[in-house]
Design a protein around this ligand. Structure first.
Ligand SMILES: *Cc1c(COP(=O)(O)O)cnc(C)c1O
Length: 373
């Protein structure tokens, strides 16, 4: 039995709407320049990477071999040795944040979580889910954590283990917290029980290719990191990667085994297609491709910032950021280009798929409104 004619029309309608809305998309960190058509035959199989990708499963309709490669690829980019880490492909950055904080809480059940006011809402939700105490730290005007306020606040709670969430690219201004600096604050205060989780949803995809390299990875003091797969890399469905230190994972796994479950991941059944898509993307893009995408995004970002400044608009961006922040334009422009807007500030994110011509078109829209006034 096929679809009813009205249902078929509904499908077509949806297809056209999506095709149209995906055209002008400057405000969200989602790459669209992908082609996964070679993987279409895999959509006929019920792939499921049930549980831990690093242990054997009797469910073999899976892509766990590829998933392990994806995890190890990012571990290397984040300067960790593959023997010392564990991870898996998640549903997105938020799940990776939940997992990182979960590991931290299992290690330090009496820990206090610190994160800045510019932090993504998934962190607040996750600390609520995990029922951990937290304190919100001030941000600097650029969106980076206020290190002095962080130090002072940790000082009030010296008797408790410290769990710090570092933003590697905040949602609004793409500010990157310096994890090396955070680590030294914790060490200088002699807080031995500490944990740093990096929320690198967008910027984790290109930070390793930026010079000077931001301080954000395992060599810079982190204990876990979460990135999104559908942001800088781009994929038809949301995905992400979480990487934690193997020692920490093994310690909590033993505790979990003790209470009668050896389940290591947040969900039991897991998407088996997304690891395959990510594997395919990193193989096709390659390290050179990642570098090129990064350079393109940075060049377009610089171009956009200059163009806006040229119109007398107070646009700015953080060092080596692909996000440009500027006073919110008219509702019409915000809607047309789907610009995320908060506290009367909008931003454009120059994802690898954004061409100069699209920026020119956007600038022309802004300019024509200025003429009307
Ligand atoms: C997008 C984003 C997230 C959430 O990632 P999802 O993949 O949407 O779950 C978390 N933190 C930051 C900073 C983000 O930009």
């Amino acid at each position: 039995m096929g679809l009813h004619i009205t249902e078929q029309q509904q499908l077509e309608q949806l297809y056209h709407t999506i095709k149209n809305t995906t055209q002008r998309f400057l405000g969200y960190p989602v790459s669209k320049d992908f082609d996964y058509s070679e993987l279409m035959p895999f959509l006929q199989f019920p792939l499921n990477n049930l549980g831990d990708p690093f242990s054997e499963s009797t469910y073999q309709v899976d892509s766990r071999t590829m998933e392990r490669e994806v995890v190890n690829f990012f571990a290397k980019l984040f300067r960790a040795h593959e023997d010392q880490i564990w991870g898996y492909v998640t549903n997105g950055g938020s799940e990776g944040n939940l997992y990182g904080l979960y590991v931290a809480r299992e290690l330090y059940p009496k820990g206090m979580v610190y994160f800045s006011e510019a932090t993504h809402y998934s962190i607040q939700k996750n600390v609520a889910l995990l029922n951990i105490d937290y304190v919100i730290i001030k941000s600097l005007p650029n969106g980076e954590v206020d290190y002095n306020d962080l130090k002072k606040t940790i000082g009030f709670n010296r008797h408790r283990p410290a769990i710090v969430v570092a933003n590697i690219g905040t949602t609004m201004t793409e500010a990157k917290d310096n994890t090396k600096k955070i680590k030294s604050i914790l060490e200088n205060m002699a807080i031995k029980k500490h944990y740093i989780h990096a929320d690198a949803a967008l910027a984790g995809g290109f930070a390793p290719f930026v010079t000077p390299r931001p301080k954000f990875d395992f060599e810079d003091g982190i204990d876990s990191i979460s990135i999104s797969g559908h942001k800088f890399i781009g994929s038809p469905m949301p995905s992400g990667v979480v990487i934690v230190k193997k020692d920490n994972r093994d310690r909590i796994a033993r505790r979990i085994a003790y209470i009668g479950s050896s389940d290591a991941t947040i969900t039991g059944s897991r998407n088996g297609h997304t690891p395959l898509f990510l594997w395919y993307a990193i193989k096709k893009i390659g390290l050179e491709g990642f570098k090129k995408r990064t350079e393109h995004s940075l060049a377009v970002a610089s171009y956009t910032e200059n163009k806006l400044n040229g119109l007398g608009i107070d646009a700015w961006r953080n060092p080596n950021a692909i996000t440009i922040v500027f006073p919110a334009p008219s509702k019409k422009v915000i809607n047309k280009w789907q610009l995320a807007t908060e506290k009367r500030q909008s931003h454009i994110i120059c994802m690898p798929n954004v061409p100069y011509t699209q920026i020119d078109e956007f600038i022309a829209d802004i300019e024509s409104e200025m003429c009307v006034v």
